[in-house]
Design a binder for this molecule. Sequence first.
Ligand code: FES
Length: 400
Amino acid sequence: MKHKVVVRSTLKDIRNFTNIPELRKGVIEEAPETPVNGNFAVNSTANFLHPSVQYLKIKQVAEINRNTRAYIFEPNTARGTAKLAYFRPGQCISITLQVGNAIVTRPYTLCSSPLRSVDDEYMIIVSKKPDGFASQFIVNNWRKGTEITASAPFGNFHYQPLRDSKSIVAVCDYQGISAFLSMAESIADKTLNADLTLIYSARKQNEAIMSQRLDELAETTANFRVIYVFSDEHVFKCERGFVTKSLIEKYAPISKYSLFVCGSNTLYNRIIPQIAELKLENKFIRFGLNGQIDNPENLSDFPPEAIGKTFLCKVIKNGKFSKTVPCSSTESLLVALEREGIETPSLCRSGECGFCRAKLLKGNVFIPSGIDMRRLADSSHGIIHPCCSFPMSDMTLVIN
Ligand code: FES
């Protein structure tokens, strides 16, 4: 550095401080007029950690059961991805799929340890849902060698030492197991310094996918244990019934702990009243992504007069009129746009990340209470998240 400022903690510091504007002016005057196109280390690191897109290839497919597969990805170097971005256990990637004319995205939580991403492997688990448009497509079509387009890892559902207690109690069902499998793997390989007690809820033992791997990890890792809770059958050394306040207290440490919950809507609906009784501080309660709202008409605040109606949405994309799209009041605007083949930015599909933000120029939408995570400034300027907004009138929408 050409001009050094030495701190002496004396009056000379004040004189040096008053000299700074003069020094700065000199540096500015000496600077070249053309922009410096240097390859700065900070930019390379940022690009590596947060690439705008990752091109992946399926390296291996493992059948977990009739409806569930584990997919291991590697970088698709031929398409320009040389290394996989690092992530935190609990984070997701968003996969882009072209199904017929529709271009859709789905977030999937990475279930491997971040350490495996250093060796260029990600793993996700996909279970075919009976009405799951994307999950059925994936399980029926993805094979070894299939090329995938994915986002960088994202999401806040990971251990944050400044906020969370080092002791974590996690509750999940099979739909939320990926986040905690990733945490358990990371505790085992020492990339995560935390203690994890996992309470895994299922109807029957054979529904608790990945239990064999969890048992192996629990046997060899001092600060990870797993407790199974089966509602429909007795299993030796496992709990019988549902996850309740007293069951959580039975296994939670006496001292402070963070409670992480991830799974199906059925699990959330059952567990939320139980959590309220635990009287934990809010910062110690963490929920995974809710996922897309599929039947908003079942929500208590959905306007009943809108059920069964279809509205027209005029879409302006990149400053130009794109298309007028019919939207049912019970499907999110994001789903309607994707179905019509309009490429729309999205990541979490749960109203949380703000990646899908769009401007509602005209018209009304319904946003379920508890899902609206827009900043105050956004909501007062007509910005909506199409992934969790449902049309209530004809409208004009501006997207990127
Ligand atoms: S995709 Fe994240 S808020 Fe809509």
